[in-house]
Structure formats: structure tokens, C-alpha cells
Design a protein around this ligand. Structure first.
Ligand code: ZN
Length: 197
């Protein structure tokens, strides 16, 4: 959300509205979110005092996405709330540059006539790091990806494999059922003896 242009205070509101609480069971504050964004555990780094173990814990976000959040934090230190993009870039963290393989991120621009444009731009190109991939128009690439996704989902094979995955998933979930059933039997037993009394 942060890389997509949401402000920290918006994220705070979002988390609180969705019932997320701190480890002390208190509402989330700005400090918590800022700390969260900088927590390197999410990229797999395990740290104990001054020992750092890369890939010591399972990473839940990519190093690249983490770096983008860091960049934005750094920028906003000097220019707080100057960037108010509330546009949703659907492909953030999913779109890679075909030339250098880096992530492509959303960017807005205003033409001389005052019209606002939205693009996806290669991070390397953005940092003038040697990639010359041109920015992609947001609506064009999103429409294309959307169409392809819908197409492949409705192909028979994809449907079959989706159903298969769902079934497998369900079977996994069901490992809890026998346990719960046993627990229920116990409860019923107690209940019955209680009724007899
Ligand atoms: Zn590139």
C-alpha cells in the first residue's frame, strides 16, 4: 500500500478499521506502521543482537519491494505528504521490466495541457541506472493483463487445475475436522453425564 502511494496515516486508518491491533492489543499508530515498513524480518533477515542471518526466517515480501518502501520513506522524510497518488496500480510487485528484470512501479505525470497520465516505469530506468525501457501506459498494460488473465482462467485446463488445487486445499484444511469431531464427542459425553444427574 505504501509503495502504491498510500500515506502512512491512511494505512493506520485502514488497519484500525479492519480490527488489527498491536501486540499489546492497542490500536495501531503511525510509529508501528513506520517500524513495520522497516522491519527486515519480512525480507527473511533474522537478527539476534549483532548477528544477522540472511534468509534466517521465511521472507514474505521481495527485497525489491522492501527497497521501494525504504526509498519512499527516505523521500518523505524531506517532503512529507508531497506525493498524494491515490491511484491504484494493480500490477505493483507483479510487473517486471523485460530488459533488466527489475520491478516496474506506478508513476503519475502531468502533461503541459494539465492532463494527468499514469505509467509503469522500470525502477532501474527511474534511477537512471542504465536501463532504457520506456514507461508503459497504465491503462493499456492493465487492460492487457486483465484480458489475458480472464482468458486463461476460463480455459478448460486452467479451470481444471484451479478446481484440483481447491480440492487439495480443502483436503488439507480437513485435517482439523477429525480432531474437532473427537473434541465434540468428549463434550457431548460430558453433557450427557451432566443431563443424567
Ligand atoms: Zn529495466
Amino acid at each position: 500500500m505504501y509503495v502504491n502511494g498510500k500515506q502512512i496515516k491512511d494505512i493506520v486508518t485502514y488497519l484500525n478499521e479492519n480490527g488489527v491491533r498491536s501486540s499489546q492489543n492497542k490500536p495501531i499508530g503511525k510509529t508501528t506502521v513506520t517500524a513495520l515498513l522497516q522491519n527486515r524480518k519480512y525480507i527473511g533477515e533474522y537478527r539476534y543482537r549483532d548477528v544477522v542471518v540472511p534468509n534466517g526466517v521465511p521472507a514474505i515480501i521481495s527485497k525489491e519491494l522492501f527497497a521501494l518502501a525504504m526509498d519512499r520513506l527516505e523521500k518523505n522524510k524531506y517532503a512529507p505528504s508531497s506525493y498524494k497518488a491515490d491511484e491504484r496500480y494493480l500490477l505493483t510487485s507483479k510487473l517486471m521490466c523485460g530488459d533488466c528484470g527489475a520491478l516496474m512501479v506506478g508513476e503519475g505525470g502531468t502533461s503541459q495541457s494539465g492532463k494527468v497520465y499514469h505509467y509503469y516505469k522500470c525502477v532501474t530506468a527511474k534511477k537512471k541506472g542504465g536501463c532504457h525501457r520506456k514507461a508503459l501506459r497504465k491503462d493499456a498494460i492493465e487492460k492487457l493483463v486483465m484480458r489475458k488473465t480472464v482468458q486463461s482462467v476460463f480455459e478448460c485446463n486452467a479451470m481444471d487445475s484451479l478446481v484440483e488445487h481447491l480440492m487439495m486445499w480443502q483436503a488439507k484444511e480437513n485435517t482439523a475436522v477429525p480432531l474437532l469431531r473427537r473434541e465434540l464427542e468428549e463434550v457431548e459425553k460430558v453433557w450427557r453425564t451432566w443431563l443424567v444427574r
